[in-house]
Design a protein around this ligand. Structure first.
Ligand code: C2E
Ligand code: MG
Ligand code: MG
Ligand code: MG
Length: 277
């Protein structure tokens, strides 16, 4: 009977693996046309000043509504898009869309609003990405100073010289650079001072530590950012106690469910846009 149970378990696992594989193939196939199908949209999460709770800007977060499978989380489809070499056109669309939305909100909500956009490693190295940035400037869609490009630490450790030149090029166009999920990747303290970075986004895992009294690493990161004269943003702030603690530090900004989840354009307009309500 032991053998029968074992066989059943294997059959069950195989069936589950089959289903996962089928889903992956189905998603990959749909990814090729998702952009032209208009299946992508952006959600916008407010980034606020910790001291005043004023909205400084938003982070654009990609959403994919699949006709058959519903809403697919970015953690699932972005790796697939990277594998299929589709991330660069998709993410160039994100850059354009988010900047056009920013231009509108600077008119209707607040001219000082900023936009943070996630950049993938492939996109970062591509010429079409640089052309997209140049297009934003030459067509005067936004001022590059109001746009922050977020990249993970893993970009920074790869091909150091080339990465440095890329960052310098993007900085020379006037855009701000931020390191996302800071503290979770292969951190090298050397790249932090070598690269022209404006900001660190402190990963949620360090913020979660506040509620269990574990602030040692968080305090070190804040001290480091302060010493390097970098803007600091706390990610994933969910509790009022975490917000209260951060307020006592030199971290300037936060983003998290305690203030707002990622919002649709309509939700942002309702919540912040007094001129259209
Ligand atoms: P990220 O850039 O670190 O974005 C923050 C993620 O944390 C978002 O998840 C956001 O919804 C979530 N979040 C914000 N506040 C809280 C909170 O208080 N609690 C919790 N539990 N979560 C919070 P999302 O939208 O699922 O995005 C996941 C990741 O997918 C992003 O992490 C980013 O790495 C990637 N991503 C999203 N949009 C894009 C994009 O346009 N291009 C690229 N390359 N990557 C993207
Ligand atoms: Mg981000
Ligand atoms: Mg992050
Ligand atoms: Mg992340």
């Amino acid at each position: 009977s032991g053998k029968a149970v074992g066989t059943g378990t294997i059959q069950y696992l195989t069936h589950e693996m089959d289903q996962q594989f089928t889903r992956k193939v189905q998603l990959e196939r749909s990814l090729f046309t998702a952009l032209e199908d208009g299946a992508f949209s952006l959600a916008y999460q407010p980034i606020i000043n910790l001291k005043t709770r004023r909205v400084n800007g938003f982070e654009a977060l990609l959403r994919w509504n699949h006709t058959a499978l519903g809403s697919i989380p970015p953690a699932e489809f972005i790796p697939l898009a990277e594998e299929a070499a589709l991330i660069t056109p998709i993410n160039n669309w994100v850059v354009l869309e988010a900047c056009e939305q920013l231009a509108e909100w600077q008119q209707t909500i607040d001219p000082k609003l900023t936009m943070a956009i996630n950049i993938s490693p492939h996109q970062f190295q591509s010429d079409s990405f640089i052309r997209t940035l140049q297009h934003l400037i030459s067509n005067k869609i936004i001022s590059p100073r109001s746009v922050t490009l977020e990249m993970t630490e893993n970009i920074a450790i790869l091909q150091t010289q080339r990465t440095l030149e890329r960052m310098q090029l993007i900085k020379s166009l006037g855009f701000r650079l931020s390191i996302d999920d800071f503290g979770t990747g292969y951190s090298s303290l050397q790249y932090l001072s070598a690269f022209p970075i404006d900001e660190l986004k402190i990963d949620k895992t360090f913020i979660d530590g506040i509620d269990v009294g574990n602030v040692g690493l968080l305090d070190s990161i804040i001290q480091l950012g302060r010493n390097l004269n970098l803007n600091l943003v706390a990610e994933g702030v969910e509790t009022s106690s975490a917000e209260a603690y951060l307020k006592t530090t030199s971290c300037q900004q936060m983003q998290g469910f305690i203030f707002a989840k990622p919002l649709s354009v309509d939700e942002v307009d309702k919540r912040f846009n007094s001129s259209t309500s």
